[in-house]
Ligand binder design. Structure first.
Ligand SMILES: NC(=O)c1ccc[n+]([C@@H]2O[C@H](COP(=O)([O-])OP(=O)(O)OC[C@H]3O[C@@H](n4cnc5c(N)ncnc54)[C@H](OP(=O)(O)O)[C@@H]3O)[C@@H](O)[C@H]2O)c1
Length: 257
């Protein structure tokens, strides 16, 4: 039996990780802000799969919230074998339409929390010579569009670099870069996702299934769908300036509003 800690475990991709890992018999520590929802989910997973499921109420936009999860990850008496840094959100609007304070909150949750939690987890994992970290980024990491994409580019690059630095120490790190996934993400951000073509939507359970398979295979970057793999492959052939213009135009036409 191993234990997985998942941030943003109450909805969407994080909840899908919790369901999948519990079904495979892993004990869980679920972190998010909504305590009642965390306990409902923990109780349900315990009852269904017989695993231990603990919760941490933590707002990862605050130092106290990050510190609470760091402390649990650093507890050598109760080791965490897999960390999934998944908590995240979107801000509606283009650059200068979004208040700077909201952009900074995004950087705190998407970058600072991910850096600090990955560091707390991998320090303990390295001592034991085993463990894994999945950092949930996005295909947005590969397209120059706003703070969201930039924060996910940081997650991706950071994870790839850390994976290289820890190679041979028994600790696996993987950046997960899904495309559009049906979750609460767009609704929470107040975005209208009606323009996004049906073929672009992914299912959270399938994303997680592929992610766990890629992690087991030792992949450092997981793009969990052939359509998005093809899109990224094509984008690499296009000069950055053209890509920026194209992604801005396409994003306005087909992206969330
Ligand atoms: N959906 C997509 O299309 C998509 C695509 C690519 C990547 N992603 C990434 O996937 C990850 C999960 O997104 P999702 O689509 O599953 O979104 P979601 O359904 O809205 O779930 C977000 C989760 O994060 C938690 N969360 C949000 N802010 C938090 C904070 N400050 N502190 C702690 N927990 C917080 C939420 O719980 P509480 O509200 O209880 O805190 C919730 O459990 C994000 O990093 C997102 O950027 C999503």
């Amino acid at each position: 039996m191993t234990t997985a800690l998942i941030t943003g475990a109450t909805a969407g991709i994080g909840a899908a990780f919790a369901r999948r890992l519990a079904a495979r018999g892993h004990h869980l520590v679920l972190a998010a802000r909504d305590t009642d929802r965390l306990w409902r989910e923990a109780t349900d997973l315990h009852d269904r799969h017989g695993v231990e499921a603990d919760v941490i109420t933590a707002d990862l936009a605050t130092d106290e919230g990050i510190a609470a999860v760091e402390e649990r990850l650093g507890d050598r008496a109760r080791p965490i074998d897999l960390l999934v840094n998944n908590a995240g959100f979107g801000n509606k609007g283009r650059y200068l339409e979004v208040p700077v304070a909201d952009e900074l909150t995004m950087l705190k949750v998407h970058c600072e929390a991910v850096l600090r939690l990955t560091s707390a987890a991998t320090a303990a994992m390295r001592e034991r010579g085993r463990g894994g970290v999945v950092n949930v980024a996005s295909v947005a990491a590969f397209f120059p569009r706003g703070t969201y994409g930039a924060s996910k580019a940081w997650v991706t690059q950071f994870t790839q670099g850390a994976a290289r630095d820890l190679a041979g120490e028994g600790v696996r790190l993987m950046a997960l870069c899904p495309g559009f996934v049906r979750t609460e993400f767009h609704e929470r951000a107040g975005m209208d996702a009606g323009n996004i073509p049906t073929w672009m939507w992914l299912d959270a359970d399938q994303v997680v299934e592929t992610a766990l398979r890629d992690l087991a295979r030792g992949k450092v970057l997981s793009v969990p769908d052939p359509r998005y793999k093809a899109l990224l492959g094509a984008s690499r052939l296009i000069p950055r300036g053209v890509l920026a213009r194209a992604s801005s135009t396409t994003g306005r036409k087909y992206g969330p509003k």
